[in-house]
Unconditional design. Structure first.
Length: 132
């Protein structure tokens, strides 16, 4: 399947929502059953976060490549970079940063993809690209 403008926005929005669900459910699982907090489980959950990050990068890249709105293009990479920083920070524990910022970043990326989907209704991949 080729990653087109339209489905990259769908993919990005879905990945952001799944990332938020992942970030909410993970701590709840450990609160419900502390025995789940094994090293293997923690590594698997971190890997899941990185998978969402990789998927969202491709969605951001493709969507930003084909949008005419330069502000949206910049915001895609700003929020993705912020999400990358937050996930790396969570993995290595450099700073104590509230999980809320991860939610905000993932939600913002999803919202940008939805906005871009509505803003740029293309029949093909090239209709949104500005010739300027």
């Amino acid at each position: 399947m080729r990653l087109t403008t339209k489905n990259s926005d769908y993919l990005g929005a879905i990945a952001g929502v799944l990332c938020i669900i992942h970030c909410i459910i993970t701590p709840l699982l450990f609160l419900i059953n502390a025995e789940l907090a094994t090293k293997q489980t923690l590594l698997a959950l971190q890997a899941t976060g990185y998978v969402f990050l990789i998927i969202s990068f491709f969605a951001v890249y493709k969507s930003a490549l084909n949008t005419t709105n330069n502000i949206v293009k910049v915001l895609f990479f700003v929020f993705w970079s912020f999400l990358l920083f937050l996930i790396l920070n969570e993995s290595f524990g450099v700073f104590r940063i509230a999980e809320t910022f991860t939610f905000i970043s993932a939600f913002s990326l999803s919202a940008l993809h939805i906005y871009n989907l509505k803003y740029c209704q293309c029949k093909d991949e090239n209709c949104c690209v500005s010739d300027q």
